[in-house]
Every structure is written in structure tokens, then in C-alpha cells.
Design a protein around this ligand. Structure first.
Ligand code: NAI
Length: 343
């Protein structure tokens, strides 16, 4: 099998080279992202492999189909960048539903601790032999209430870690888990109750029509004053302009962002020699109480290995007709395919 691999980064290759060689898959790596202009690079490939910021719209899907590409393998969990409705019946779409929920949950906690204990400031100060503690006062996580939106794989690991810190958890999920609410330290509540009571808010739901800008001017105003927002899920869950305004108004105490609504042309690339055109992002980054990482929550050795292994397994499974990780659009919902009858 031949695989055209888009948006390649040096850290992608070792694990993919290993698992693909074992499976007899030949990979052509391209640094460019997949989009309308680059899709022809997939000529001759049986499958393409893409990541979160490749563009897989109707035009790209049609061209891939014309080129004889049978499978689109996402090396990530989210598929909001794929027009899955249009893909239905044209190209198989497979994904890696879980590769390391620990990687993302632990990164969310890393951002939170960095923010509330001012580690990002301390690192810079002490390198300059500035040992002053002025302005470094943080707060204990113990006893605080964390609001968690989305209690799937990552949300649950995040909740476990928070409980280890002695935090109370208020959770919201469109499809609550039967075994999570213990009536005490972890409670499912309405979004209104969650916003009104959380000292810290962490987003672990997918980006859908329901969750687009779930954090907006209105919901930020409904939060406790000084709330700390963590977003390691998808940028467009948060209205960035509204967040900026709420930070300026001191309504939001701190923001920890691993994702950003307009990240696709910026994140994963070295833009240090360029003038940043995005004023909202530039202003957010300039704030002392905002920490931005560039969609790196997934980036652990374990996750990279799991991503490569599952992607290769997905491709082999798809060749033999059915893959449990196929994303399939039926009726009004995209979900993993339970039937293998997507065409
Ligand atoms: P998951 O599918 O296990 O859990 C998602 C949860 O969100 C489910 O419990 C689901 O019921 C819930 N949900 C769906 N619609 C909702 C709504 N309207 N309101 C509230 N909850 C809703 O997914 P997982 O593995 O926990 O990943 C969560 C998200 O994390 C992914 O969708 C992805 O966007 C993001 N992610 C980010 C990474 C990064 O590097 N920053 C890496 C991997 C995932």
C-alpha cells in the first residue's frame, strides 16, 4: 500500500517509519498541508494521512476520489476539519479515537499549575538572577471547584488528577457517564450551575455545532469572577474576542490555551521571524495571565507511538473491508462505523 503523508513534522517520522515498515506500507512524506492546491500530490497513493489542520473539504474529497485514493487516515481523534457528510460514500475516513488521554489531561494540568503558581514568570526571572517574589502569589488547588465540560476519555483522566489534588468536580456532558457522579466530590450539573460555581473551567468536549463558542460573552459573564479557563480541546469552543474582553475586564483570572480558533495557519510552524497578523492572538499572548502552547497537548512519545500504530492498523483493517475506527456520517450524526457498510 502507498500512503501520502501530509503536514509531516520530524517527530512524526520515527514511529510511522517503524510501524509502516512492519506492515509493508510505503510512505511518501510531504511537509505541506493537504488542501485544494496540494491534493494532486496524492496521485498514485492508495491512502492519505492527515492531521488536525489539513483541509479536507468537498473539493479535496472529490479530487482524492478522482485520484483513486480510497482511505483518508486521520492521525488524530477530532475530525472537525473533514467534511464527513460529503465523504460518505466517496472515501473511507478513519481516525485514532484514543492514543493517550493522559498526554492531554496531564498537559492541561501542566498549564494550570504553571499559570496559578506563576512558573512561567519564575523561569524567566531566575534566569536573570531576579529572585524577587513580588507578584508571584498563587492559590492552592486543594479545595477549589473545577468545572469539566466533556467527561469522555480525556475529561475523566483530568477529573482523576483533579481529585488527587483534593478539588471538587462539577461536570457537564451531553451524554453523562453512568458511573462518574459519586454524589459527593464529582457531580454532574447543568451548564448554568457549572459556570456559576467553578473556580477553574476545563474543556474536554469535541467541537460540534452544539459546542461552537460554548465559551462566549454570555457564558463568561455567568462565570465566577477570576475564573481560570483551560482549553486543550479545540480552539473554536472559545470565542477568542470574548475571552480577550473578559480578561481585560478582570472577569477571567487566567487562560491556559493549547488551541486557538484561528490556529491552522500558525500553530506547528516557526513564525518567530514574522509579524503576527492576528491581533487577538497577539494581545492574548501579551497578557501576563495567559499561557499559550501550540496544540502540543498530545505530544508525548507514548501518544506518537500509539497514533502511528493505530493508523497503520486502521489502514490494514480498511484494506480488508472493515475498520472499527471508521468515521461515518449517517443521518444527522457522525460516529465511528459499527457496520462496515459505509459505501
Ligand atoms: P471522547 O469522545 O472520549 O469524549 C468527549 C466527551 O464529550 C464525550 O463524553 C461526549 O459525550 C462529550 N460531548 C459531546 N458533545 C458534547 C456537548 N455538546 N456538550 C458537552 N459534552 C459533549 O473524546 P476525548 O478523547 O476525551 O477528546 C476530547 C477532545 O479533546 C477531542 O474532541 C479533541 O477535540 C481534543 N483533543 C485535543 C488534543 C490536543 O493535542 N490538544 C489531542 C486529542 C484530543
Amino acid at each position: 500500500m502507498k500512503l501520502a503523508f501530509f503536514d509531516t513534522k520530524p517527530y512524526d517520522k520515527p514511529a510511522f517509519d517503524q510501524f509502516a515498515a512492519e506492515a509493508g506500507i510505503k510512505i511518501k512524506y510531504y511537509e505541506t498541508k493537504l488542501n485544494e492546491d496540494t491534493v494532486d500530490l496524492a496521485a498514485g497513493a492508495d491512502a492519505v494521512c492527515v492531521f488536525v489542520n489539513d483541509t479536507v473539504n468537498a473539493e479535496v474529497i472529490d479530487r482524492l476520489q478522482q485520484l483513486g485514493v480510497r482511505t483518508l487516515a486521520l492521525r488524530c481523534a477530532g475530525f472537525n476539519n473533514v467534511d464527513v457528510k460529503h465523504a460518505f460514500g466517496r472515501i473511507h475516513v478513519v481516525r485514532v479515537p484514543a492514543y493517550s488521554p493522559y498526554a492531554v489531561a496531564e498537559h492541561a494540568i501542566a498549564l494550570l499549575l504553571t499559570s496559578v503558581r506563576r512558573i512561567h514568570k519564575a523561569y524567566i526571572r531566575t534566569r536573570d538572577f531576579n529572585f524577587s517574589l513580588n507578584g508571584m502569589t498563587g492559590f492552592d488547588l486543594h479545595g477549589k471547584t473545577v468545572g469539566v465540560i466533556g467527561t469522555g476519555r480525556i475529561g475523566r483522566v483530568f477529573i482523576d488528577i483533579c481529585r488527587g489534588f483534593g478539588m471538587k468536580v462539577l461536570a457537564y456532558d451531553k451524554y453523562p457517564a453512568a458511573d462518574l457522579d459519586n454524589g459527593d466530590t464529582v457531580r454532574y450539573v447543568s451548564l448554568d450551575t457549572l459556570f456559576a460555581n467553578a473556580d477553574i473551567l476545563s474543556l474536554h468536549c469535541p467541537l460540534t455545532e452544539d459546542t461552537y463558542h460554548i465559551i462566549n460573552e454570555k457564558t463568561l459573564a455567568a462565570c465566577k469572577r477570576g475564573v481560570v479557563l483551560i482549553n486543550t480541546s479545540r480552539g473554536a469552543l472559545v470565542d477568542a474576542e470574548a475571552l480577550l474582553a473578559a480578561i481585560k475586564a478582570r472577569q477571567v483570572g487566567a487562560a491556559c490555551l493549547d488551541v486557538y480558533e484561528e490556529e491552522s495557519d500558525l500553530f506547528f510552524e516557526d513564525n518567530s521571524g514574522h509579524i503576527l497578523e492576528d491581533d487577538t492572538l497577539a494581545r492574548l499572548i501579551s497578557m501576563p495571565n495567559v499561557i499559550v502552547s501550540s496544540h502540543q497537548a498530545f505530544l508525548t512519545e507514548e501518544a506518537l507511538s500509539n497514533i502511528a500504530e493505530t493508523t497503520v492498523q486502521n489502514l490494514l483493517a480498511m484494506e480488508s473491508g472493515q475498520c472499527p475506527n471508521e468515521v461515518c456520517f449517517r443521518g444527522d450524526a457522525a460516529e465511528d462505523c459499527k457496520t462496515g457498510k459505509c459505501f
